[in-house]
Write a protein that binds this ligand. Structure first.
Ligand SMILES: [Zn+2]
Length: 340
C-alpha cells in the first residue's frame, strides 16, 4: 500500500467561525495547513470530506437535536454559552462527522493504513441531545460507532485533549465494546472526568479516566500511558483505535495548564499506533496555541505516515501524577491487572 495516511482537510472547516475573540478560530487550521505546506510528509494523501448522513449522526445524536441543528444551517446561532455558529458552521460540522466515518472506512477497507481528519468544529463535548463546549456533533463517538458497524469488535476511544470528553463518556458509559479512556486536567472544564467513574453495568471497567491537576509534561503523560492506558489496552486488545486528538495539553496553550511538547504528542501517537496494530484514526479536537498546534499535528502526521517514531521518555514523575494513577487504579484494579 503506497498511501499510508489519508489526511482530511476542507476549506469549509476553516470557514467555520464562532465569532470575534473566540479561541476556536479559523486561524487554527490556517496555521496547521501552513506548516504542513512548508514541510510536506511523504506517503500522505489529502482527502476531501463528504457530509455525514442522518443515519450516521443518529449513531450518537437524538433525531430532534439533529433536526434542530440542521434547521439553523446558514444562520449564525448561539447554541450554548461558548458554542456559536456562523453561516457555514453546520455544513462544517456535517463534513467533520462525515470525515470521521470516511476515515474509519478508509482504514477498515484498507485504502489507507491510517487517517487523520483535521476537522473543525471539534466534537468530544457534544452530547446526544445538545451542542456544548465549541462542539456540535461528536465526531469521535460517531467514528467509534462506525468502526463497530464495519466489523471492529473492540474499539478503544482514547482522548488526550486537556478537557474531559463528557459527550464521549456518556455515550459509551454502559458499553464494553467501546472503551473510552481520557487523560485530562481535573478539576477543569467541563467538570466531568472523575477517575472513580469507571462505567456501569456490563461497561464497568471500560471507562478509564485519569485526571491530572495541571503542570504535568511529557514524563507525566508517559507515566500515565505506561502505568495505566497501555496495560489496560493490552488486556482489552482493541482491533481499532480512535483518538480524540486535542493539542491543548501543549505547554504553550492559552487554555490548558499542561506542559506537553510536540515530542510528547508524537510519543503518544507512536504508542497508540502500536496498540492498534496500525488500525488508527485521529480526529482533531482542541489546541489553541497556533504554532504548538501546528507543530504537534505535523509531528503526529509524521508518526502516522511512518516518517517518525517516538518513544516515551522516562524522567521524573511528579507526586501528583503518581497520586492520579493510584486514583484511577482504585476504580480499575478489580477489572484489569495493574503492572507491578
Ligand atoms: Zn480541549
Amino acid at each position: 500500500m503506497a498511501v499510508r495516511t489519508h489526511l482530511y482537510t476542507s476549506d469549509v472547516w476553516v470557514a467555520h467561525d464562532p465569532g470575534p475573540m473566540h479561541p476556536e478560530r479559523p486561524e487554527r487550521l490556517k496555521s496547521v495547513h501552513a506548516v504542513l505546506g512548508r514541510a510536506p510528509i511523504a506517503n500522505v494523501e489529502r482527502r476531501t470530506p463528504r457530509p455525514a448522513t442522518r443515519d450516521e449522526l443518529h449513531l450518537v445524536h437524538a433525531a430532534p437535536y439533529v433536526e434542530q441543528l440542521l434547521a439553523t444551517a446558514g444562520t449564525p446561532t448561539q447554541l450554548d454559552g461558548d458554542t456559536s455558529t456562523s453561516a457555514r458552521s453546520v455544513e462544517a460540522a456535517l463534513l467533520a462527522a462525515g470525515a470521521a466515518v470516511q476515515a474509519v472506512d478508509d482504514v477498515i477497507g484498507e485504502r489507507a493504513e491510517n487517517a487523520f481528519a483535521l476537522v473543525r468544529p471539534p466534537g468530544h463535548h457534544a452530547e446526544a441531545h445538545t451542542a456544548m463546549g465549541f462542539c456540535l456533533f461528536n465526531n469521535a463517538a460517531i467514528a467509534a460507532e462506525a468502526a463497530r458497524r464495519r466489523g471492529a469488535e473492540r474499539v478503544l476511544l482514547l482522548d488526550w485533549d486537556v478537557h474531559h470528553g463528557n459527550g464521549s463518556q456518556s455515550h459509551f458509559y454502559a458499553r464494553r465494546d467501546v472503551m473510552y479512556a481520557s487523560l485530562h486536567q481535573h478539576p477543569f472544564y467541563p467538570g466531568t472526568g472523575s477517575p472513580l467513574l469507571a462505567g456501569e453495568g456490563e461497561g464497568l471497567g471500560f471507562n478509564v479516566n485519569c485526571g491530572l491537576p495541571g503542570g504535568q509534561g511529557d514524563d507525566d503523560y508517559a507515566a500515565v500511558f505506561e502505568g495505566l492506558f497501555l496495560p489496560i489496552a493490552e488486556q482489552f486488545a482493541p482491533d481499532f483505535v480512535v483518538v480524540s486528538a486535542g493539542f491543548d495539553p501543549h505547554r504553550a496553550d492559552p487554555l490548558g495548564g499542561m506542559r506537553v511538547t510536540e515530542r510528547g504528542f508524537a510519543a503518544m501517537c507512536s504508542a497508540l499506533k502500536e496498540v492498534s496494530k496500525g488500525r488508527i484514526v485521529l480526529l482533531l479536537e482542541g489546541g489553541y496555541d497556533l504554532d504548538g498546534l501546528a507543530q504537534s499535528v505535523h509531528a503526529c502526521t509524521e508518526v502516522l505516515a511512518g516518517a517518525r517514531s517516538e518513544r516515551f521518555t522516562s524522567g521524573s514523575v511528579r507526586p501528583d501524577t503518581a497520586d492520579a494513577l493510584d486514583a484511577s487504579w482504585s476504580a480499575h484494579g478489580r477489572v484489569w491487572k495493574r503492572p507491578s
